[in-house]
Structure formats: structure tokens, C-alpha cells
Design a protein around this ligand. Sequence first.
Ligand code: MN
Ligand code: MN
Length: 379
Amino acid sequence: MGSKCVNTGELRQAIMNLSGEDFKSFLFKLMLKKSFAVILSGILLLSISTGCQKLEQKNQTQPTSPSPTQTPVQTQSPTPKQTPTSTVSVHLTLGNPTNAGSAPDNYLMVKPQYALSYNRDRGIPNWVSWQLNQSYLGDVERQDDWSPDLSLKEDWYQVRPGDYRSSGYDRGHLTPSADRTRTVEDNSATFLMTNIIPQHPDNNREVWRELEEYTRDLVESGKELYIIAGGVGTKGAIANGKVVVPQQTWKVIAVLDPPGSGIQGITENTQTIAVIMPNSEAVDNTDWRDYLVSVDRVEQITGYDFFSNVPKFVQDEIERRVEGQPPTDQSNCSPAYPEVCIPPPPPDLDCSDIEQKNIKVLQPDPHKLDRNKDGVACL
Ligand code: MN
Ligand code: MN
């Protein structure tokens, strides 16, 4: 508490510290001088300090109770609490990978079509996140109405579509135009420059596009996806340094079964797809599957935390697998490889099985298979 509050414990201790003699003379002087002023001020001091004590106790027992008249103040806490972002936007159901808020380099923008963290100083988003299922797919034409994002703060530079001209880089969509074809408004939203990064044509028009098409194939087969994409690193800048060109592009996808299941739809068996691709001609004539990595790897190179609204033990499972890679152990357990997800039943063998079928027993039960009790199985 502040220094204005007198600690009653200290006051009591000070009185106790007076020797018997001192205390008696103290009282005597008080009575003699009829010093009511002293007594009064003593009472005043005590009442102030007990008042402070009550306030202290109240502060200790109810540190965060919100009252309707009081604005909840952000207290410094050793473990920063995750904002419940799923209530902010359906596109953040699985989490806000950078806990984006109001900082200029991590500025949260929520639109009906997608959510993103904008980086004013890089002139590109850190990431864009969107839900994808059949309800977003219709037959609206590609609008191509590129536009600066006027919802950015007034005094921030608003990247213009012309800033990419003659740069050698495409205006690369993060939320693809073809993922938002239900309404003209939805499709136009994907042409806002806050959804765009400078993307090498070989990346944008080949491997990246093929992965986008693959995700829509999954949606056509009835899946619901949560997709987060962005660029990482810096290989240069365009627009007089106002727009950074990322070194690599990355994408993280969670593939859920029935649409509308929300965060409950994610389990340890949920399929994930993650890629990191060079933002250069190096990807020419390659397959997007050549760039498959674990979600953990993308977290490592970006420093972000994907799926942060998902229980930690589930994250641990689904983030360490690499899609399409044959499993070597439980670490790659996924719907594609159910045999590693469910441990095989223990073999109920006897020695004749082992002899007749030539079955290799790695760890025979010594009691069950040791016929002559010599400590060696099946001899
Ligand atoms: Mn594209
Ligand atoms: Mn994570």
C-alpha cells in the first residue's frame, strides 16, 4: 500500500517496545497535560490505519472482481492471460497466434471474412486466419477490385495496390479470392492490401496455388478447415521500403470433420497440414508436398503459437506430426494412419504358434512361454 497508510502492526510494536517505565511516564504525561489533542490524533491515526488495513484485505481477497461502475484495470500478471479470442471472431476459433491487439507491429483486425495481425512497419500482415467450409463457396466472379485498407489507423501508411507495380512480385493473397465466393462483398474483402504479401510468381502461381486448391478439395469432401498463413523473414523491400518481401511463405491448416463443431471438433487425431516454402524461383517445378513440415516447425521459425485455444496435450499431439509422412511411432498418429493410434492387442500366443508360424516374439512373457521353466521361452 501507499505510504499514507499507517501499519497498525508497526504502531502496536512501537508501543510494546516502550519499556514499562517509559510507558507509565507516557501515560502520566498524557493524564497530566490532559492532552486530548494527542489522544484524538491517536484515535485518528488508528482509524486511518484500520481503514487502510480493511482496504488492503479487500484488495487481497478480491483482486479481479469486476464491478459495473469500475473499468477493469489490466493488472501486471506473471502469466499473461490469453484473451478468449473465439468470441471475437469465428476465424480465431483456434486462437490468436500472436495475441494480437493494438500494438502497431501486431495489430488485430477482424473482418467478417477473415482476421489478421497487421504489421505497420513491414507493410504486410504477420498472419491472416480464416475458417473455410462449403458455406463460403459460391459462384461469385473474382472481383479484382484491389484496394488500400481504409480501416487502418489514419496516420499509418496504407499500402496501395500500385505499390507492387514493377517490383517483380505478385500481390499474393493470403485468404484466397477463391475461398470467398459467396457474395461480392466477401470476394472484394480478399483484395484489401492488408490481406496481401509480395509473393514470388513461381510460389504464388504454382505450389502455393496448388495447396489452396487442395484445401478446397478437402472442403468439397465435407471438411471444415481453419487456415493461418503468412510470410516470415526478410529478403528485401518494395515500395521505397514501405513493404517488406518475406523470405518464406508458410501455412498451417487444421482439418476438421463436421462443420460447426468449433473447438470441440479438435482432438488428438485431428489432421494438420503445415508448409514452409521459399518465396523465390527455387519452388519452380516442385510439389507443395515437398514443403510439408510439422506445425511445431512453423511455430519455431515464426515464434507464434498456433491452436492456442486448444488444450495443450492436444496441441502437443497434432503439432508434432508431419502430414503424409509414414509414421515411425505414435508421434505421427493421425486418421491417415489409424494403426499407430490404437495400440495392437497383446498377442495371445503359445509355444506351438511360435514354432509353427515362425512368429518372432520380441518380448515373450517368461511365465507363459517358458515351458520347461528354464527361464528361456519356448524351449
Ligand atoms: Mn495467390
Ligand atoms: Mn501451438
